[in-house]
Design a protein around this ligand. Structure first.
Ligand code: ADP
Ligand code: MG
Length: 381
């Protein structure tokens, strides 16, 4: 076991890294963050911020020397970086798992080869792949295989011609062409799996998106116990097949009552932010625990929770050209509401700036309070 006050390494300086730093600090650990952005939210909270590229040899040597173990908050960290660090210190999750989750072709192929249900798709690495794709895939979504997030690098396409145009607009980067599905709803499972194969799964969250970006998560999801158990079982099966050690987020589509895996994230997940306030152990504490070889914490949810994301658009409601702080007092006067702001340097449209979680005893009032608070702060559709 790696015990406090050991120093832990974090690759990536976004809000997920920041919550990891906060959880690690509470437990008495020190954290060094590697991120090329001088103003990264995690870097600003860490004991030390190495402001360098993810493949900077000097920075990696420093991490290997000074950290007892290293993890990531960011699936696009180069697999070589993780492989290199793993020669010196425990690196969780490992490069092979991250490589599967960071490439939509590898991810969907891995899932379907192992019998996990995914929606119909075709891998596209050249224009002829589009011409030979099953016509029943249309209308479809073309998604770049790598580096897409929050709906970026995606285009809705109705036919071969539109798909080819979108492929050109993505500079012929490798893509997946996915059938556009009619969704009953979307849910996700965040779980932690330790080196001994033990799994602690958080309750399933029900997610709604706006412009391809997570907007609201309701936990527990308003689905049958059987469907929730099935989602947990599928996510656990994926983690086991991957030999995954760390925190894993699995997104699902529910179509005609059936679960289909959408994608997975080799890190804590936005839809798991409710665990910070509503569970005995948060997804970030689990990440610390697994990294350090501690026993898994209790994933039990003690309060009903609804999480609402706060995007940069809110800062530009009064004036499209000048950012203005939203009226936080509106939220802060609600007793069961927990506000989390990530201290990002600049607000930008679509950028995740913070979130809030409303807690309570009963499901419906929590949803009502959260949706009213969401409206009151100015998220109006
Ligand atoms: P990201 O990496 O941006 O989260 P996703 O593949 O999860 O990418 O897509 C973002 C959202 O877009 C999904 O949560 C879902 O709401 C919608 N979406 C994506 N793919 C499909 C699809 N094949 N059919 C219907 N909706 C989709
Ligand atoms: Mg997604």
């Amino acid at each position: 076991m790696i015990l406090p006050p050991a120093t832990l390494g974090m690759l990536g300086g976004g809000q997920l890294g920041r919550f990891f730093v906060l959880a690690a600090h509470e437990m008495g650990y020190r954290v060094i963050v590697l991120d090329p952005d001088r103003n990264s939210p995690a870097g600003r909270a860490a004991d030390e911020h190495l402001c360098a590229a993810y493949d900077d040899a000097e920075a990696l040597e420093l991490l290997a020397q000074r950290c007892a173990a290293v993890t990531t908050e960011f699936e696009n960290v180069p697999a070589d970086t993780l492989d290199h660090l793993a020669k010196f210190i425990p690196t969780r999750p490992n490069a092979a798992c991250v490589a599967v989750a960071q490439n939509r072709i590898a991810e969907k192929t891995f899932l379907s080869d192992r019998g996990f249900a995914v929606g119909p798709f075709a891998a596209v690495t050249s224009a002829p792949d589009i011409e030979s794709a099953d016509p029943s895939l249309f209308p479809a979504v073309l998604k770049v295989a790598r580096f897409g997030y929050d709906g970026k690098g995606q285009a809705r396409v109705n036919n071969v011609a539109e798909a080819k145009a979108a492929f050109e607009s993505f500079k012929r980067e490798a893509c997946v062409l996915e059938k556009m599905l009619t969704l009953d709803l979307e849910v996700s499972c965040v779980l932690a799996r330790d080196a001994g194969g033990r799994i602690a799964a958080f309750p399933i969250a029900e997610n709604s998106h706006r412009n391809g970006i997570l907007d609201v998560s309701i936990a527990p999801a308003r689905i049958s116990g059987a469907l929730a158990a099935e989602a947990t079982e599928i996510a656990s099966g994926i983690a086991a097949e991957l030999g995954y050690v760390g925190v894993l987020g699995v997104e699902f589509f529910v179509c005609g009552g059936q679960l289909m895996v959408n994608e997975m994230a080799p890190r804590p997940h936005n839809s798991g932010h409710y665990t910070i306030d509503a569970c005995v152990t948060s997804q970030f504490e689990q990440q610390v625990r697994i990294l350090c070889g501690l026993p898994l914490g209790d994933a039990r949810q003690h309060s009903r929770a609804v999480m609402v994301n706060l995007l940069g658009d809110l800062w530009f409601r009064q004036d499209a050209h000048h950012s203005q702080e939203p009226a936080w007092s509106t939220l802060l006067r609600i007793p069961g509401l927990k506000l989390h702001l990530y201290r990002k340097h600049h607000a930008r449209g679509g950028r995740k700036m913070g979130h809030f979680t409303v807690l309570g005893e009963a499901g419906e009032p929590v949803i009502d309070t959260a949706m009213n608070a969401r409206l009151a702060i100015g998220i109006d559709d």
